[in-house]
Design a protein around this ligand. Sequence first.
Ligand code: CP
Length: 305
Amino acid sequence: MDFKGRDIISIYDFSKAELLYLLKAAKQVEDRPNSALLKGRIMAALFFEPSTRTRLSFTSAMEQLGGQVLGFSSSAVTSTEKGESLWDTIKMTEQYADIIAIRHPLEGSARLAAEAAKVPVINAGDGSNQHPTQTLLDLYTIQKTKGKLEGLHIGIVGDLKYGRTVHSLVIALSHFNPTFYFISPQSLSMPENYLAELREKKIRYFETAEITHTMPRLDVLYATRIQKERFPDALEYEKHKGAYKITKATLKNAKEGLKIMHPLPRVGEIDPEIDSTEYAVYFQQAGNGIPVRKALLSLCLGAIK
Ligand code: CP
């Protein structure tokens, strides 16, 4: 499989075999560190939206491999403020960098950037649409902590309507015969296009607003934040914020070996009392951004195969 020059835009662009290949590459990169793999290569980190984990782990991954990083963490300091189009920004950036990681609030922006750029573009999150590198590190975390990807019972709780991480995750996991439990207020439920795709693939799923009764069935509980910034109506956000809070009481009937994941940041969805339990893998999950992003950068730049 050759990823040299390839863009990483949507999880829809990857077959099951390719997903497994990327996970294997991440494991190899983690097991055999090489601090000169990307020496002389430059990554542009174009973050038009706030980020802690994605930007820092891309930066750390690039620098640990001997590469360099340029970019910005807010559009406020760029010529976008003067009216420059995304297309033009990308046509500039491709002259300064070998690869581009972009986060942007508009759905489809990463695809547009990839059309503009001659260098590979990696989507670091486009609006409510997709966050494919998060999904890869989520799969990597599940594989590491559960020992497999196939046949798991996965609960996803919170904002399923606007949550780009869960949209990408559901599509990726649909290759691995999961059973899904979608836990959300009705107005934040999983969009119909994703449900229709699951039905077509004959993937079992259940929708509910109640979390505790699903606990005995779950191998993985993936919690998400109710995202204030995605709500067109502030009152609607106020109605739903704090809808779910996972505490030790929530986990009273949890299955042995349950793993709790969260793409982070959390704003009250998981009580810190859970952090020290064997269930919590969300900080480890964030750490897995390093091997996964190292592998993606190295593959797309043709430094490994
Ligand atoms: N998980 C994630 O995308 O976190 P950041 O928004 O901090 O990058």
